[in-house]
Write a protein that binds this ligand. Structure first.
Ligand code: NAP
Ligand code: GDD
Length: 342
């Protein structure tokens, strides 16, 4: 089996490509050129699988339609997982056009290319619980109404709809995975869970004093990224394409996440967390809770990692990272800037 993954250098890109490589897939990943190395997350996979040719990386960009089309036509993969996006909701208000371009053009380009090949290429679209907007307290499923509240969410709604349209119009095996928030030690450091776990690790190692957050009352249905990427794979192995929600069915506030994370190192979060309005968004998604009953019934998928285990996994990894940073700081090889960034 041959898979093409856009967004292979992201959090989900790592867990998904690891899973596929371990199942003997030939994996092709799309990377974009940056002035700094951007393959850090997948470096362990590069050293293990690139030399044999089981893993391959190609320069492209979701906004560069011709390069995407050429790549798919050249590789003719069995499966395409479209994970790439400007995925930060707050940033999407600052860079709305780029977020929209990345979140829409690539999806329709890939679908159009698949439609024009002779091969039955299966397609996975990374849809998001952000599309629901968190306007009610109810548990959300595949039939719940979308109420996008950011340029990011609006672009995701477009891609979700166009995926469904290509499935219904051209009989393409095209699937939307509507994923609720999923985290890991590889989560981007400006998302709230990782920002907190990074801060806990550094505060514990005495190289940070405070962490500044925005809306502490927002609640999210947080799961583990490794469980969710297995769900993506399961969707493409099903007999027929459809849309499925992946969620834990539990929701926790940002405050609860901070409380749990600081408790792991015996500290009280209220002594270290400060509030700043600068982390508030122009339009907030206050509450997200997912209902994963359909995926459980039809695909047998269930999350394996509890909220407490997820927080523990992230904090423990970030304590180790901070320990290495402390050595560098003690030897004058690193100047901490984290309290001024994010
Ligand atoms: P992530 O860590 O932010 O990774 C995003 C990936 O997209 C990175 O590989 C990034 O490349 C790539 N990318 C960004 N803009 C691109 C462009 N113009 N062309 C090509 N590649 C581009 O995101 P994630 O958490 O793994 O999420 C994966 C997908 O699921 C995203 O589409 C996200 O919106 C969606 N999603 C995520 C969650 C969640 O809770 N994690 C929930 C629902 C849906 P660089 O490494 O070069 O920046
Ligand atoms: N990032 C961030 N930083 N968020 C904060 C902060 C802060 O300092 N303080 C409070 N929050 C709140 C946000 O306002 C939001 O309500 C919540 O914490 C979660 O924010 P993020 O971790 O940035 O994630 P998100 O829920 O906005 O988006 C993530 O999940 C979506 C799925 O629902 C991203 O991964 C999206 O790509 C994904 O689609």
């Amino acid at each position: 089996m041959k898979a093409l993954i856009t967004g292979i250098t992201g959090q989900d890109g790592f867990y998904l490509s690891k899973l596929l490589l371990e199942r003997n897939y030939e994996v092709h990943g799309l990377i974009r050129r940056s002035s700094n190395i951007n393959t850090n997350r997948i470096d362990p996979l590069i050293s293990e699988y690139l030399p044999s040719g089981q893993l391959n990386l190609h320069y492209s960009d979701l906004t560069d339609s011709s390069s995407l089309t050429n790549l798919i036509n050249k590789l003719l993969p069995d499966e395409v997982y479209n994970l790439a996006a400007q995925s930060h909701v707050a940033v999407s208000f600052k860079n709305p056009i780029y977020t929209t371009q990345t979140g829409t053009i690539g999806t329709v380009t890939i679908l159009e290319t698949i439609r024009n090949t002779e091969k039955n290429i299966k397609f996975y679209q990374a849809s998001s619980s952000e599309m629901f907007g968190g306007v009610t307290g109810e548990s959300l499923n595949e039939d719940s109404t979308f109420y996008p509240k950011s340029p990011y969410a609006a672009a995701k709604v477009f891609s979700h709809n166009v995926t469904k349209i290509y499935r219904e119009s051209y009989d393409i095996f095209a699937v939307n995975g509507i994923l609720f928030n999923h985290e890991s030690p590889l989560r981007g450091e400006t998302f709230v869970t990782r920002k907190i776990s990074r801060a806990v690790g550094r505060i514990y190692q005495n190289i940070q004093k405070k962490v500044t957050l925005g809306n502490l009352d927002a609640s999210r249905d947080w799961g583990f990224a490794g469980d969710y990427t297995y769900g993506m794979y399961k969707m493409l192995q099903h007999t027929k394409p459809d849309d499925w929600v992946l969620a834990t069915g539990e929701t926790h506030t940002v405050k609860e996440f901070a409380d749990e994370a600081f408790k792991i190192v015996g500290l009280n979060w209220e002594d270290y967390v400060e509030y700043s309005e600068k982390h508030e968004r122009p339009n907030e998604v206050h509450h997200l809770l997912g209902d994963p009953s359909k995926v459980k019934k039809e695909l047998g998928w269930e999350p394996k990692t509890s909220f407490k285990d997820l927080v523990k996994m992230m904090v423990e990894e970030d304590i180790k990272l901070a320990e290495k940073e402390k050595v560098l700081i003690d030897n004058n090889l690193l100047k901490p800037s984290w309290e001024h960034s994010n």
